[in-house]
Design a binder for this molecule. Structure first.
Ligand code: FAD
Ligand code: DLZ
Ligand code: SF4
Length: 507
């Protein structure tokens, strides 16, 4: 008899652990534990989503004939870590082996590999997670061929390998990437679809009540909890995306509108990451929509690229470079994270709007994460580990394998350009172009050094000056440094930016 451990982000019936084990003989273990809920102060909606999805999944396994031992959360329980639960079950069942699928965070995977066998006095079989398009070994082979690891080249390889949107070895439409078509401003039409919401069953209600009682000190609201907590409902969310959102996903992918929390984004990442949906079925559905004439190529290619390209690529980077990756700080940032990242109280309308959606929904879409809250952290020189912890805590889809490369690499450029050939730094001008946030702001986006000037403006130029030695000779930044050279009154700009940095918490 063997134990099979299933973690909160492994909730899929195709999981390697379930394919390996035998439902007649073996026992599945699942546990809600303090350590996993508090290694960062996760948003209450993220905890509720995982607990409720775990409970539903355990029930489904039982209905399918599996023996399941499940530990529901109790704060004062002696079972505080996953391994405590396994030990408690060892006293009841004579298991000969523990089977687990590789987990999504180095923290836990390292513990399993280095100490669980000894502590449990049990052989531990760790299976490869085959819910992705490639094996990690394949990524490492691909990476070993290049000096710089650009997502675009990885993505093309993946297109060839999977044959998504390919015709006779060439990309459908004659181009690999239609990003140029995906930067339209949204001018009120087509109407924004309401996200699908789901009725709560008794399991959801119990979990929401538990989370309200136990995790009220964590940042984020749970009053409006709309996430699907079963595979069945996650599939409905996928269908809703394909029919109502995908047709416009491409055109308005980068747009940001005051008060519109989701635009045409899919809201599928929490399900993909906890196992309720598989990336292949999601990409298949999008491709079928294209061939059926339900969605245009720029939308479908853009969407598939996010999953087949970005999602797989960041996972490869994470496992290739951990654990050193998490300590990198190439720009030598030291500034602590301003309080408004936790309170949402700031006069910067764009930031306040992203915080509002984040706390309300445990969600912000990609451009909000990258170009507003992330961009500000980059310009303000926030310590990478502090901002990484924030992103890991506040989003329902956050697991370190996907959060860390996006934050530390893409946003903070803290890996010295391993992931991105130039930093995604932008002034207020970009935010003004891509959103209507500035209309709602007391700062003036058009000026740089007045008392009410948009903070992004002087901080942007100060960032370029401060890191001139690193970036001036980057060919992709030549235009920026030409503009900088033409700027009048640099000393005034520097003084203004420095005064903002001195009172960062007051902006
Ligand atoms: P859509 O815009 O509809 O995109 C479709 C899917 O593509 C997503 O569901 C997601 O699975 C995938 N995807 C898109 N962009 C990325 C990306 N850059 N990396 C990996 N997958 C991507 N995504 C997470 O899943 N978890 C995280 O913890 C996370 N942290 C992030 C932190 C920062 C600082 C940034 C800039 C991005 C982060 N992302 C993260 C990527 C991206 O922002 C989210 O995947 C996306 O916003 C999820 O919303 P959606 O499902 O509506 O995505
Ligand atoms: C994120 C999370 C939370 C909040 N709680 C649990 C839990 O109680 N039990 C569990 O098995 N998993 C949980 N998870 C997901 C894990 O943190 C995740 O599986 C690991 O970080 C490895 O990816
Ligand atoms: Fe953001 Fe600046 Fe626009 Fe205000 S003026 S919303 S701070 S970009």
């Amino acid at each position: 008899m063997r134990f099979g451990l299933i973690l909160g982000d492994q909730l899929n019936h195709q999981l390697a652990t379930l394919k390996y084990l035998n439902r007649e003989e073996d026992i599945i273990l699942m546990a809600e534990v303090l350590e996993e809920t508090t290694y960062v102060a996760h948003h209450p909606q993220k905890i509720a989503l995982i607990f409720s999805a775990m409970r539903h999944f355990a029930k489904e396994l039982q209905a399918a004939g599996w023996k399941v031992r499940y530990h529901p959360f109790k704060r004062d329980s002696e079972i505080k870590k996953i391994i405590d639960f396994i030990q408690s079950q060892q006293q009841l069942f004579p298991a000969t082996t523990l089977v687990v699928t590789q987990c999504g965070e180095y923290r836990l995977q390292h513990e399993i590999e280095t100490s669980w066998g000894n502590t449990l006095q049990l052989p531990v079989v760790c299976l490869e997670d085959d819910r992705f398009f490639y094996r990690l070994e394949q990524f490492n082979q691909w990476a070993s061929k290049y000096k710089t690891l650009r997502m675009e080249y990885f993505y093309r390889e993946m297109r060839k390998q999977t044959q998504y949107l390919m015709h006779e070895q060439q990309p459908v439409g004659g181009q690999w990437n239609f990003d140029q078509a995906n930067r339209k401003a949204w001018l009120g039409k087509p109407p924004l679809p309401n996200p699908l919401t789901f009725e709560h069953d008794q399991i959801d209600l119990n979990v929401i009540q538990l989370v309200k009682a136990e995790f009220s000190q964590h940042i984020g609201n749970i009053e409006q909890f709309h996430w699907a907590t079963t595979r069945q409902n996650a599939l409905l969310a996928l269908n809703h995306f394909i029919s109502d959102r995908l047709p416009y996903f491409g055109d308005y992918q980068d747009a940001m509108i005051y008060g519109s929390d989701f635009m045409f984004h899919s809201l599928l990442s929490p399900y993909l990451n906890c196992g309720l949906l598989l990336p292949k079925e999601v990409c298949d559905a999008a491709q079928t929509a294209y061939y059926n004439g339900q969605a245009p190529l720029n939308a479908v290619e853009g969407f598939i690229r996010q999953i087949l390209g970005w999602r797989e690529y960041v996972r490869g980077i994470y496992w290739l470079y951990m654990p050193q990756y998490s300590h990198q700080n190439a720009l030598e940032n030291i500034t602590p994270l301003p309080q408004y990242y936790w309170t949402g109280q700031t006069k910067m309308a764009c930031m306040a709007e992203c915080f509002r959606s984040t706390f309300k929904n445990a969600y912000a879409h990609h451009i909000q994460r990258l170009m507003i809250t992330g961009n500000f952290a980059l310009l303000a020189g926030i310590h990478p580990q502090e901002i990484c912890e924030w992103y890991l805590a506040v989003y329902a889809d956050a697991y370190e394998w996907v959060e860390l490369p996006n934050t530390l690499g893409m946003v903070m450029h803290a890996d010295g350009g391993l992931m991105a050939s130039k930093p995604y730094a932008a002034s207020g001008n970009y935010i003004h172009k891509m959103s209507d946030y500035c209309q709602h702001c007391s700062y003036n986006v058009k000026t740089k050094t007045e008392p009410d000037s948009c903070p992004f403006n002087s901080l942007y130029w100060y960032f370029m000056l401060k890191h001139e030695a690193i970036f001036r000779h980057n060919p992709r930044m030549a235009i920026i440094y030409k503009q900088l050279d033409r700027l009048q009154d640099k000393s005034k700009l520097i003084a203004h930016a420095q005064s903002l940095l001195h009172q960062l918490d007051q902006l």
